[in-house]
Design a protein. Sequence first.
Length: 239
Amino acid sequence: MSTARDAERPAAPSRAEMAAQRVAALAQSAEPGSRLGTKEALRTLCEVSVGTFNESLRLLQARGLVTVRPGPGGGIFTAEPSPMVRLGNSVLALDAQQTGVADAVRIRDALDPLLIEDALWHASPADIAALRRRLEAMERAVADADPVAFVHANWGLHARIADISPNALLRSLYKNLLDLIESHTLGVLPGGEQPLAEYVVQRHRLHADLVDALDRRDRDEALRLIEAHNTTGAVRADL
């Protein structure tokens, strides 16, 4: 007969979860990109069936802990930081949560026009002054040739635009997406033919023009600029 205490007791992990935990422990103690072994060797180590181990692998890959490489010399490897999200002419070097970050960027881009519409209606002179202070931080990063500082200042500008919206749900969702992107970013790397410094200058100009358009309540220009902002590069992350 079950008791209330039994109901509170957490369910025992499945065999797939236990195997995943064992491989995760190996991965976390190894260097990024290290080969942990073949699928068969690790399955034998975990003492589970082929089907159960395949489920374990799906769990581990979904958590960004391992990658599987086929062919000679292949097997199961620890996940390594990978540059995935393009910043137009550069890339964000991300940690193992790269897929989730790319998804966050796409959702964030989709929300930008909504926030610009809100800013056009609701931005006060104090809001515009605060946006111009964020632009000054971006300008300092340009002068220092510091793309990492520029990216963070840029995110600060977009977060401040989000603060103008009276829609609490939209504000919260957008800023949480920015936090997710920022928390999984390791650095900024060159990624194209155009010099990164030159590209950063162009992006600063675009954001300055955007703030000017918000100040003038120029809806057509503001929406044109945010569309240009979000279509530079196939997969980007807000530069």
